[in-house]
Design a protein around this ligand. Structure first.
Ligand code: ATP
Ligand code: MG
Length: 519
């Protein structure tokens, strides 16, 4: 006789049925997927079944209300903040010591998430090969990591667990609101499915392929499902069921007017916390050395830049020796304001009354066929960083969801920690989007020496996906990829986000990042 799991009064399921299983939980937003996953996790935890939950929205820390679960990562309910440097140790502690772990990735940027998961899942896979005892990995928003039709290292890792984990006792629970976007191979290998309500035709098509009913029948049954109801599918067993409500706090509940009190949470043993803190410190030391090396490289590049600037200024000083400038005496003493006003009226004809806060003086350039700035002759920029800063209106952020604003701050915070050279390059490229500029052109406009950008390219921002680099006619060119970046980073928080909101996020983020270039 097996150990029964209490998931639904309509369903008889034993713990043994779960071992090495690939389980898919699908359905539209708010259909009850995370609740169903939470119920399965509760049942597993009640039976001391070891597991990891990859939590994108910080929804699962509430499991600690009843069970000893370790919550790591970066987010609201996290006990120990960690990054990918500790991923291996955490995987090891979880699998070897049977410690259930929630990996809260809600505070990570997408590249950090990928780095963490790659380390973490590789470690779990390898350990499972040695230990061969039951273990399950739950993955929220699985379409982000195992997208249909796209090949990534992380996808291969997760697909491997889903398709070949059984022999190692390794199972997977993939949860997604985008049925059609989840890798078909993984879905077809899922031995157990909880199919919540869907409405879109593309998702309905996926359900039709999975369910043994006629198309019209599938549509009729599936669209009639209400929150918490789903079609359970396991081989020949196909039944509509109602999944019970989670016993533990569900941080992803749909907000209502009732006051929500975060429950008291259990702690995993102090020894485990200490073991991770210890691993973290060890990694921290390594990171410190890396940091110092980075700092040294940065200072060297700054010193080089300064030498180049001195040489350039000496050149300008020599040139100025040949130029005679006659300035008519102003009728009042505020010379600076007058020059600002003149520049502004040249740059903004018809707006002569306003002065521009950031200004540049240029001799009108003769332009070749290529009208990019470095081909213009005789350009002298007094403030070459005065990129056409996008105007972010004061209410740009109004009504953007808190999660979105927090994520914007995270991105800006991360960018602010990068070197000034890289921030300038980013500011220039974003401020001049969508045009692509060569490294030399950017160097000229951001007041740094030729070659500096080639020696110290803005790898961090390229890796983040804020800009793109490509070789053209033997030279490196850079252009903004802010649009793709924003759709990727923010689509996750609001998959149904409106186009206009994405534009507002883009404008706001561009303004903030351009501002960083001028600090
Ligand atoms: N079986 C259930 N019984 C009662 N309430 C439920 C049940 N399932 C879900 N709910 C409630 O419905 C709301 C949405 O549920 P849930 O967060 O699980 O949906 P979801 O499909 O995961 O949504 P999303 O795609 O936005 O993550 C929550 O407030 C949850 O508490
Ligand atoms: Mg959910």
């Amino acid at each position: 006789m097996g150990i029964p799991l209490s998931i639904s009064s309509d369903l008889e399921l034993d713990l043994e049925d779960i071992i090495g299983q690939c389980i898919a939980i699908l359905g539209i937003r708010g259909s009850g997927k995370s609740n169903t996953a939470g119920v399965i996790f509760e049942e597993l935890l009640r039976n001391n079944y070891p597991l990891s939950i990859i939590d994108i929205d910080g929804e699962y820390f509430g499991l600690k209300e009843k069970y000893e679960v370790l919550v790591v990562g970066r987010g609201e309910g996290v006990e120990i903040e960690v990054d990918e440097n500790c991923a291996q140790e955490i995987a090891q502690i979880s699998m070897e010591k049977n410690v259930p772990v929630v990996v809260d990735l809600s505070g990570f940027l997408s590249d950090e998430r990928t780095a963490f998961l790659q380390e973490y899942l590789t470690a779990l896979w390898n350990l499972a090969g040695k230990l061969r005892h039951p273990y399950i990995i739950g993955i929220e928003e699985a379409h982000e990591f195992i997208p249909q039709g796209v090949k990534t290292e992380l996808k291969e890792l997760i697909a491997r667990v889903a398709l070949r984990g059984r022999k190692r006792g390794l199972g997977a629970i993939v949860i997604s609101q985008r049925s059609a976007k989840v890798d078909k191979d993984v879905l077809s290998q899922a031995g157990m499915l909880f199919l919540h309500r869907v409405v879109h035709e593309v998702d309905m098509r996926v359900y039709s392929e999975l369910l043994p009913w006629r198309k019209a029948e599938t549509k009729e049954i599936v669209t009639a499902l209400s929150t918490g109801e789903c079609v359970y599918l396991n081989g020949d067993n196909v039944i509509p069921i109602y999944v019970r409500e989670r016993e533990t706090f569900h941080a992803g509940f749909t907000p209502s007017l009732e006051v929500v009190v975060t429950p008291e949470l259990k702690q995993v043993s102090q020894a485990i916390i200490e073991a991770i803190e210890h691993a973290k410190v060890g990694k921290g030391k390594k990171t410190r050395i890396d940091q110092l090396e980075e700092q040294l490289a940065h200072l060297e590049s700054e010193a080089m830049k300064k030498d180049e600037t001195i040489a350039r200024l000496e050149g300008i000083a020599r040139t100025l020796g040949y130029i005679k400038v006659e300035v008519p005496k102003p009728s009042y003493p505020d010379v600076q304001n007058i020059s600002k006003a003149i520049v502004h009226s040249v740059e903004h004809p018809g707006a002569a009354k306003n002065t521009s806060p950031s200004y540049s003086i240029r001799r009108v350039a003769r332009r070749g066929r290529d009208s990019s700035p470095s081909t213009s002759l005789g350009v002298i920029d007094i403030n070459p960083l005065a990129v056409p800063a996008p105007v972010a209106s004061a209410d740009e952020s109004a009504s953007l969801p808190d999660a979105v604003m927090r994520h914007i701050e995270r991105i800006v915070g991360r960018a602010a920690r990068k070197s000034i050279l890289h921030r300038r390059i980013l500011g220039f490229v974003l401020g001049h989007a969508p045009i692509s500029y060569s490294a030399d052109q950017i160097a000229a406009w951001t007041n740094c020496a030729r070659g500096v950008i080639d020696n110290d390219p803005p790898r961090d921002f390229l890796d983040m996906g804020l800009m793109v680099r490509e070789r053209r006619s033997g030279k490196m060119h850079y252009h903004s990829s802010l649009k793709d970046f924003v759709s990727r980073e923010f689509g996750l928080y609001q998959p149904d986000i409106a186009h206009s909101d994405l534009h507002r996020i883009m404008d706001l983020l561009r303004a903030r990042l351009v501002e960083l270039a001028q600090q």
